[in-house]
Design a protein around this ligand. Structure first.
Ligand code: ZN
Length: 384
């Protein structure tokens, strides 16, 4: 059993609201005692997948495209697949059908595969490790489309611009991705929250002891279906998760509603209840990431953020483990690291779906992932 977190400096705190960097400064140098091994927890920790994180860069990722004009509120599923398809070259990136949605349309996933190292001789320290694999699911709520566009531009960078940024090079070398861009095709085409059966898919995942929300009816935002996992979209994606149990993380990408967000709401990270040391590390990841992204966004997007001087996002989710039907809860119960990751459709001071919104969502995603790999891989970050 590899224990790479011994002596790791961490910030052990749960944040329910916006945090301040100065507060983090005070806590950044706390050092915990060496982690005590706990055989019971070892069995459930996603870290037991013994992932090869490789050499994680600590550079900040900025989107590398010249043009972020694709995607707005009315962009169709067909157009979205068309854009992803143009990136799928059949070698690094491939497309696979995963079943039909509630409106009868075909659903697809895209697989991005890093080269498998082939060392000769016996000097390979990577051979017994699990490849870093990340699953990203977008668009459960059909009108939260900037999550899809942010992911699209991140994938496009990975495909076309990977030699131009350390973070992209890193992911090309070490990570496999599975991307499901359109989890709710009917909702995306019709710019609504629910699927063709009027179900909020993110209340339908077959978590342990799934229950319906009392009084909720089809078409209403809290209606989660008639039984856990009864919706075709959920069934299709559940199968993908079952076939990829070796994945480390399931990131369920949303946006915080369908319009422009308020100050301080740019990146809402909602986690399942951390119940072991490794899941707790995601709190450190979130803290560092939010500080990191805030200073960068204030410099890059000053007119959109306005007089924002605090952290651009927040974390919560302490009660998530007990809430029914969430993908992040289901994924955690299946031994993935998981979170609901909420970007945004519009900056506080500018229109929804501007080019900068899509670039910023791409950067939220890329930076969260690289910080996660760094923290889980043993890199010690200091508050930016
Ligand atoms: Zn949502």
């Amino acid at each position: 059993m590899i224990r790479r977190f011994t002596y790791l400096t961490i910030i052990a705190m749960v944040l329910f609201q916006t945090v301040s960097c100065s507060f983090l400064d005070e806590l950044a140098y706390l050092t915990l005692s060496p982690f005590e091994q706990d055989s019971e927890k070892n069995e459930v920790s996603p870290y037991d997948k013994n992932v090869d994180f490789g050499f994680v860069p600590s550079t900040y990722y900025t989107g590398q495209q010249d043009d972020y004009s694709f995607g707005n509120a009315s962009t169709s599923v067909q157009e979205i697949y068309g854009h992803f398809d143009r990136l799928a070259d059949g070698s690094y990136m491939t497309r696979e059908g995963i079943g039909n949605a509630s409106d009868g349309s075909r659903m697809y996933m895209y697989r991005l595969t890093s080269p498998t190292p082939s060392f000769t001789g016996s000097a390979s320290s990577r051979r017994d490790k699990t490849k870093l694999k990340i699953i990203i699911i977008c668009g459960q709520h059909g009108f939260e489309k900037s999550s899809i566009y942010g992911t699209y531009y991140f994938v496009r960078d990975l495909k076309e611009r990977y030699m131009e940024h350390e973070v992209l090079k890193y992911f090309r070398q070490y990570a496999d991705f599975i991307i499901i861009p359109c989890a709710n095709p009917y909702g995306i085409d019709n710019q609504i929250y629910v699927n063709a059966n009027g179900v909020n898919l993110n209340r339908n995942w077959p978590v342990e002891n799934w229950t319906s929300v009392e009084g909720a009816k089809a078409g209403q935002s809290e209606f989660g279906g008639y039984s856990g996992g009864d919706q075709p979209e959920v069934k299709n994606i559940t199968r993908v998760l079952e076939e990829n149990k070796d994945a480390l993380l399931v990131l369920d990408f949303h946006t915080n509603g369908s319009g422009c967000v308020e100050k301080g709401r740019l990146n809402w990270i909602s986690m399942t209840l951390p119940d072991d040391y490794y899941r707790n590390l995601l709190i450190d990841v979130g803290n560092y990431h939010l500080c990191n992204i805030s200073s960068a966004f204030e410099a890059m997007y000053p007119s959109e953020i306005g007089d924002e001087t605090t952290i651009c996002g927040y974390m919560d989710g302490s009660d998530h483990f007990s809430r029914t039907g969430y993908l992040s809860t289901y994924a955690a119960q299946q031994n993935f690291l998981s979170l609901t990751f909420e970007g945004f459709n519009g900056f506080p001071n500018s229109p929804a779906y501007s080019d900068n919104v899509k670039k910023a969502n791409c950067e939220l995603l890329g930076n969260y992932l690289v910080v996660m790999c760094g923290v889980l891989g043993g890199v010690t970050y200091q508050t930016p």
